[in-house]
Design a protein around this ligand. Sequence first.
Ligand code: 15L
Length: 269
Amino acid sequence: MKRVLLTGAGGGIGRRMRRELAGVYPSLRVSDIGEIEPAGPDEEIVSADLTNADQVARLLQDVDGVIHLGGLSVEHEWSDILRTNIDALYRFYEAAHLAGVKRIVFASSNHAVGFYPRSRRLDGSERPRPDCRYGLSKVFGEALSQYFADNYGLGILSIRIGWCFERPETPRTLGSWVSIGDLTRLCRVGLETPDLHHEIVWGISDNARTWWDNATARRLGYEPQESSDHWADAIDASTTPEPGDAVALGVQGGPFASSGYVGTPDRVL
Ligand code: 15L
């Protein structure tokens, strides 16, 4: 990998991952639609609106691999999800293929399967059960990744990212927490492991209490260095209630599955 593109580099995960990736590849192209910090050594900034085909084509020029964090990362109105996470995602993959990109790491989400009950252990091979429109768009992204791997030979790693913040805060996020260091390690596996077709893995650290079996990621070479375990006692002792309604508390996706999560009329229908 000579030149790697990081999209969504101005977002919550992107800003931190950019720091983790400093010096890892000969050239890191960072992109966002919004504000972004100035370029560091071996970095190049190419701002782009992912719904603009010309800008996307320019963004992908001479790129070997992509960590694709760009797009909407929580629930939105259907029209926005359709435009950004579905239509623009298809066009992004098509442009990547035309530009000769070999690898894509796709930021999927646990919300692609968020309606599974908490009693169920998942390994990535189960059928989708999205918990919101955003989760539905991640199901599309995983299917799109399979299609581009099968039809065009791109190597793609879909990572169902859990909770990538400083520390876990609830029983649910004890299971889904991933440190930025571990998530970056997993993205690097997606870019660097030889002979990748398409795999779906979990973006989690080495957490003892999780609903997710990450054997596929480990088989590919992922070795998480951090764990949510040392926060378990504090979270068990906490009296702060977990957010979400009764449905949310029973399923893996938590508050994303709450009815009226965004409160728009089409959500209720
Ligand atoms: C996601 O997919 C979101 O991008 C992130 O902000 C978190 O809310 C996370 O899921 C979660 O499951 O909590």
